[in-house]
Design a protein around this ligand. Sequence first.
Ligand code: ADE
Length: 247
Amino acid sequence: MRIDVITIFPEYLEPLNVSLVGKARARGQLDVRIHNLRDWTHDRHNTVDDSPFGGGPGMVMKPEPWGEALDAVTAEAGEQLPVLVVPTPSGLPFTQELAVELSERPWLVFTPARYEGIDRRVIEEYGDRFDVREVSIGDYVLAGGEAPVLVIVEAVARLLPGVLGNAESHRDDSFAPGAMADLLEGPVYTKPPVWREREVPEVLLSGHHGKVARFRRDEAFRRTTANRPDLIERCDPAALDKLDRKL
Ligand code: ADE
């Protein structure tokens, strides 16, 4: 997969050299290219923003540098069209479902904005040519779209074939598809079996796969009820009961 990021803070994307994403890049599974938006400005101050038409607080990112940058970065777009991912608190919620969809595309171009956002005409212009997704990572406002890019790239990269060590390690993820789709993952334990007088639940040491599965599902249900009652409403009890029959 190819990923381009156009930003005024290239150094903000340095975590993409580390850990899972960094390793995927080193192995050639991910081709990540970071671009400085100011390379496409032509004035002495490398200006990328201006005051908003209609008044109001803050600044708006000018369309010209974004247009030149996106033209240059997407110049190779032939058969393979990029998906343009525009992080904004006004976008559609970023979900595991969208992460899966993006992971199936060969090329993502991210346009993280600062200030009050990018002149709307940029989104319209490239929306006519490419698949444009305005995406919010949550109901809070950050100072810019770079942190959301890190979040989205990590969520997508770990879904690429061969990127996670164990092919099954995202099977039971919270939000992964399946009968437990609408439940959060329950608690996990490792050695030692007793730590500061706290014992690992006995069933997990029993070696009884059916009982372990049932325990995990009950814990997942408990945690989801406590933390995300909104998800319980989407949960299908009949599908969960079918899991029991396989015990
Ligand atoms: N930019 C600022 N806040 C954001 C958010 N919550 N999601 C995506 N992009 C953003």
